[in-house]
Ligand binder design. Sequence first.
Ligand code: KG4
Ligand code: ZN
Length: 379
Amino acid sequence: MADEPLVLGIETSCDETGVGIVRGHTLLADAVASSVDEHARYGGVVPEVASRAHLEAMVPTVQRALKDAGVAASDLDGIAVTAGPGLAGALLVGVSAAKAYAYALGKPLYGVNHLASHICVDQLEHGALPEPTMALLVSGGHSSLLLAPDITSDVRPLGSTIDDAAGEAFDKVARVLGLGFPGGPAVDRHAREGDPRAIAFPRGLTGARDPLYDFSFSGLKTAVARWVEARRRDGQDVPVADVAASFQEAVVDVLTRKAIRACKDNGVDHLMIGGGVAANSRLRSLAQERCEDAGILLRVPRPKLCTDNGAMVAALGAEMVARGRAASTLDLPADSSLPVTEVSVPGHTHEHGHVSAHGHGHPHDHDHVHELSKDNLYG
Ligand code: KG4
Ligand code: ZN
């Protein structure tokens, strides 16, 4: 289907330099260079180190993606880039690179939301998203239940974490257990050998009077730390696998329970799970079990598409092109705290302001968006 939009996506919101290329819903390349090893000794991502690593990895990663996809840059229908949320300096590198490619190649530029991209990526795995889509978004910085009538223009938060994100809790518990950084994959691995019922850790915000769709993981994280400290104080060994399994069970129990409740309350018969924590093996299996029991169809992308990558940005960009959404102007800013409701960022001088629910122009009407970008640049 050669008439589907061919889009290159650039992701630099954290420590992965991701460049993906898609044609419509088809994944052609997913090149990722990570600076994770450079951060490991600090126990967390160091923004300055991440920014410099993006700067060095950007062009080689773009070249690798083009080679993997077997396409020429001149064939692209657009360049999409994460405009936020994320680390400010890291975002600036990706946005600057995207502008340079868009300008040099004469292609429209699409500044998109990282969180909406985590949802849209599932189109590469399971085809067109249903409308509305119910999504559980669980990453290092966010944990939310989102209802998206249109992933290119209308994403509505039903609830979110009131303190730590799910991935953040995984990372902090991993530190307490001495499992290194990043913690999610290590906790997942150790938990496989442990008993999820060994320790009854608290399930945050699950009381009768608690908000239905909000999450809280800070109390759980503290409970795990106290439990581990008490064992150490008593001179006893810490059963790492049991602690990891019991902690993980508390997180995924609450996530899946609330997500299924949201589906039922809103009459939605499927659930999409996205973001780095969606790579968690227990979250995937428990969600599958509970969705089957509830008659809900589960959609979770393969783990490599759950953690940060450029293909997810390309997937959202391609959907924007396919729906004739307006491109961003070349004064597109990076917004480190871009709200989840802003699926795309038009740029300061955009004549239409924010993208409307109906969009404008026609699919593949690229001349129109070219002009917008160039006017802006020269004017
Ligand atoms: O989406 P992502 O790659 O980056 C952000 O946008 O934050 O998510 C990263 C988060 C980290 O907290 C990491 O520990 C967590 O996802 N993560 C996992 C797993 N793989 C990554 N958490 C639990 N189990 C995993 N297998
Ligand atoms: Zn992410």
